[in-house]
Design a protein. Sequence first.
Length: 501
Amino acid sequence: MSETFEKLKPHLDKSRAYQTALVLLNFDSSTLAPKEAVAFTAQSIGILSGEAYASLINPEVKELLAELCTEEEQEKLSFNEKAIVKELKKTFEDLELIPPEEYQAYQILMAKAAPVWEEAKETNNYALYAPVLEEIIAYSKKFAGYKQKEGQKLYDVLLDQFEEGFTMEILDDFFGKLCEALVPVVHEIRKKPDLISIDCLRKTYDIEIQKKLSRFMAEYIGFDFNRGVMAESAHPFTTNLHNHDVRITNHYYEDKLEDAIFSVIHEGGHGLYELGVSDDITLTPIGGGSSMGMHESQSRFYENCLGRSYEFWLPLFDKVKEFFPEQLNGVTVDEFYRAINYAAPSLIRTAADELTYSFHVMIRYEIEKMIFNGDVDVKDLPAIWNQKYEEYLGVVPENDAEGILQDMHWSGGMFGYFPSYALGSAIAAQLFHYMQKKMPVKKYLSEGNLAPIREFLRENIHQYGAAKKTQQLLMDTTGEEFNPDYYIEYLTDKYSKLYEL
Ligand code: ZN
């Protein structure tokens, strides 16, 4: 046991307490809080954020960390304690590299940028957004420059922030393969827009009954309502205080049954990850999911690999029919399976189908690469965006609101974040491939027995929280690092069958 680590604990506990309050306020503001609360509550949030920051970023913690990084102290630490120290050290270094006055100016810019983006999107006015975007890019380049190691490319610094160990080299290979194999499939499918009908999903589905169905679906995949809750919000999300308080949300549309169903399976997948983190680390800095990509792999594993498979619906579809006997009267499980896998190139990432989803991410990735390699003018971005949509998906936005302005991430300075969305899907497919070699996954699904699948993920991924990073989790679980081939194989196979290619 390390006495120095014991001294660090009260600091960690205090920081956790502030974080808990912030998570709760955040959850509340997205679900229950009245619309006009924001400006007033924000003042308290500001103070709490400051305290949360100061509880960790202070000279005492800095000294303890320096000591804990010595060889002598490292030897006394357990696996989890080492991971906590490493995590904390990274946070410290990242923040220390940026001069405080620049950090503060950047925070002010962020606060200003969000409403500008919102207005630009609403009024379809990219010119309004461009100057702010240019400023944000300049800051991102500057901050990445502070962290840049010798020989490291600027955009790799940004990628590493969100997905440790992932570089342009890995992503170029991933997206290159994806493009080569799937652009032809997408173009073939465009020729058969009527092969699959989605009429059965477009009837009128009572929202109160959808809510009951959503709860049933969450329970079906194993979401534990003794340690979790489900609320309603404009955009579904998952958050957690620890592994005994995990919160998911859902949203409902009367004429889009699949939206609520797949949102609850998706968020349920995120929720199961957090519920599965082991008790001894849940209240520490490594107590949440490993990374954004790893988290997304779990939600997409449930949503797509399981939830959009034929076997998943075999024991389930009759039960869904009991919720909506009239609307689903005469619909077969086969028709339902095909409807929920309908694919067509579209303009909006968040509404994309499983096949075309990663292309939206790839386009964003290619543009971000151009920005950080320094060979593009911000005012030219909408034209580049539209040209890429035409090339890869065969569709062109009619305006920038449904084009380059659709996502808020850049206005929050989140460059290097998007690839994790596509990585999540590919990691899910890699895990799915491996799991099927280990156990009869499809047989379990047909029997409505999801426990062995859940247990596999808990055992290999969830319990470790952020103590292991993506590449290590994949290596330890599947015997190899990230390999995009399984994802490409999975999509090609699935959509060739569905669309009789
Ligand atoms: Zn997600």
